[in-house]
Ligand binder design. Structure first.
Ligand SMILES: [Zn+2]
Length: 264
């Protein structure tokens, strides 16, 4: 059973909102869509927008992208002999496993989700994508960084500033909401979940409820890896989430991707 668990991988892609999504006419909507069509080798079939039903996110519900390896005796033997990941993956594929990328592509073909969303969920092309988002725009994006942990704020600030972003900080949820009310220059928020006073989820809820900030991209920082939490966060309007401890490359790529999606 442990071996089987080890051979299962899952990511959650959000499902497009049935109320406001529209079919695609066959022409890529923008450069990013064209790039994703090329990366994944499939055409976009549906586009996400945003309405009241989906909290302006364009998505509601989810499609699990699951990769299950059929654990054959040959695979058990490989696991017992502590074979490398590549060897195991090859054996699993030979036994009929479908890679997550293929499963995700099916969801796009069926019009259940978008290329942007599977790209977010799988995080594949994010790192190779788009040169410097900050350098392209006239003014560098402002990022509100909300975390009660000084060390994490320091680390994240450094990473973001290295990318040319302007960083403002808040140490708790109240301060974050106050900042958003008074500062119009904030382009996105990186939000820790476990905040004192007002928790991260409450902050997210308040941000989505307020017309002024409803469209603000929010990337959530979480220490938990619980899959149910991930889907809850996405339902509540998080644009993405990043597990702590922060992996620098991944963190920067995901922040950039969220900004790029918000701009398109
Ligand atoms: Zn909607």
């Amino acid at each position: 059973m442990d071996a089987l668990r080890g051979a299962l991988a899952q990511r959650l892609a959000r499902r497009v909102c049935k109320v406001c999504s529209t079919p695609v006419d066959g022409v890529p909507g923008d450069e990013q869509e064209a790039r994703l069509e090329k990366t994944y080798g499939i055409k976009q079939t549906v586009r996400a927008h945003g309405c009241e039903a989906c909290g302006q996110t364009g998505y509601r519900g989810r499609c699990p992208i699951i990769e299950v390896a059929v654990v054959t005796p040959a695979i058990v033997q490989l696991i017992q002999s502590a074979a490398g990941t590549r060897e195991l993956a090859a054996a699993a594929r030979a036994a009929g496993m479908r890679p997550m990328r293929d499963v995700a592509a099916d969801y796009v073909r069926a019009g259940l989700t978008t290329l942007e969303e599977i790209d977010r969920a799988l995080g594949e092309s994010a790192q190779a994508a788009a040169p410097e988002a900050a350098a392209e725009t006239e003014t560098a994006p402002h990022i509100l960084l909300v975390d009660d942990d000084v060390v994490i704020r320091k680390t994240a600030r450094k990473l973001l500033e290295n990318q040319g972003f302007v960083v403002v900080e808040a140490a708790d949820g109240d301060a974050a909401l106050k900042r958003l009310q008074t500062d119009d220059s904030v382009d996105m928020m990186v939000l820790d979940l476990g905040l004192p006073k007002l928790g991260g989820r409450e902050v997210l809820r308040a941000v989505r409820k307020d017309a002024k900030t409803a469209g603000l991209p929010v990337v959530v920082l979480t220490g938990e890896t619980e899959e149910r939490l991930e889907s809850q966060l996405m339902d509540e309007g998080a644009d993405d989430y990043i597990n702590k401890p922060i992996d620098p490359k991944r963190f920067v790529a995901r922040v950039k991707a969220a900004l790029r999606r918000a701009a398109s």
